[in-house]
Design a protein around this ligand. Structure first.
Ligand SMILES: Nc1ncnc2c1ncn2[C@@H]1O[C@H](COP(=O)(O)OP(=O)(O)OP(=O)(O)O)[C@@H](O)[C@H]1O
Ligand SMILES: [Mg+2]
Length: 284
């Protein structure tokens, strides 16, 4: 079952040239894309390939010029449904500082929940649960300005979880974080997917994050160029590189070994698989 469906979507930004004449910047043309309920999808693509535009189309921040985006049967172009759609699809952006609205962590997490008109006792419970889920309970009464980037992003994620969404779309949530902050955020996202069944759409530039997804989609010029499991996509390493992206380091290492005559039937995606491969090879 799909939670989000893009049906023949066209989208252009409308801007003005130096003579204040209206110009259209086409980004998506006839895009068809389904996101299955409960799945974890990673979206990759070089700068300007249309990833953030797609993210904003999923919950009606932007609406298609043509075609439709449908969330659990509701069209994002239907203004009466936009409130329900935003409650189903939560969005986390790149810069944690831009997402913080309060000077106390727990108030910040409660903000979206309160806006949905949830009664205070229920909000209280949801905020406590959400902070626990992201491992930030001990910071509930702290000021967000005292937190690390990774901690701030986990607070942003908690604010979304407190609204009990079915899906969370994250647009490069780790781009401004250090390695440990990135790990914290990705582990939290994976737990939400595996344990709470929340559908995840993760836009990222990091291949080590993408390989953790069930499905990887690579965009270029607003079109889907590769779409499959991480192993299927990174098996096409030449195509991935031609689209201006890296391949995971472990994948690259084993590819280099293959060029030197070593054999490997599998596509190696991470350090664990790489270690197993090397161990087997040394034993045989
Ligand atoms: N508000 C806007 N007005 C005009 N053009 C825009 C606007 N936002 C994005 N664009 C253009 O639309 C295209 C797609 O942009 P988008 O932000 O979706 O790409 P992206 O894949 O998210 O890029 P990045 O990796 O840099 O975040 C780009 O050519 C961009 O310049
Ligand atoms: Mg972007």
């Amino acid at each position: 079952m799909n939670i989000i469906e893009f049906n023949n979507v066209d989208f252009s930004y409308v801007s003005e040239d130096e003579n204040e004449k209206e110009i259209r910047i086409p980004v998506l043309k006839n895009l068809n894309l389904n996101i299955e309920k409960g799945s974890f999808t990673a979206i990759l693509g070089h700068n300007g390939s249309g990833k953030s535009t797609i993210a904003k189309l999923t919950n009606g921040i932007l609406v298609p010029d043509k075609g439709s985006v449908v969330v659990e049967g509701m069209s994002t172009s239907d203004e009466d449904k936009i409130f329900d759609i935003r409650a189903k699809v939560g969005m986390v952006f790149q810069n944690p500082d831009n997402q913080i609205v309060s000077s106390i962590v727990e108030e910040d997490v409660a903000f979206g929940c309160e806006n949905l008109g949830i009664p205070p006792e229920e909000c209280r419970k949801r905020v406590d649960d959400a902070l626990e889920t992201v491992g930030m309970s001990e910071f509930a009464l702290k000021s967000p300005s005292k937190l690390s980037g990774g901690q701030k992003q986990r607070v942003a994620v908690a604010g979304i979880i407190a609204m009990k969404p079915d899906c969370i779309v994250l647009d490069e949530p780790t781009a401004m974080l250090d390695p440990s902050g990135r790990r914290e955020v990705i582990q939290t996202i994976m737990r939400l997917n595996k344990e709470e069944g929340i559908t995840i759409v993760l836009i990222t530039h990091y291949m080590d994050e993408a390989v953790k997804a069930d499905r990887v989609i690579i965009f270029d010029g607003g079109e889907i160029k590769l779409d499959g499991t991480p192993k299927q996509v990174f098996a096409e390493s030449d195509k991935v590189k031609a689209l201006g992206l890296d391949i995971p380091q472990s994948t690259q290492l084993v590819e280099m070994m293959k060029k030197d005559g070593f054999s490997c039937d599998d596509v190696i995606l991470d350090a664990g698989e790489c270690a197993d491969y090397l161990e087997n090879m040394l034993r045989s």
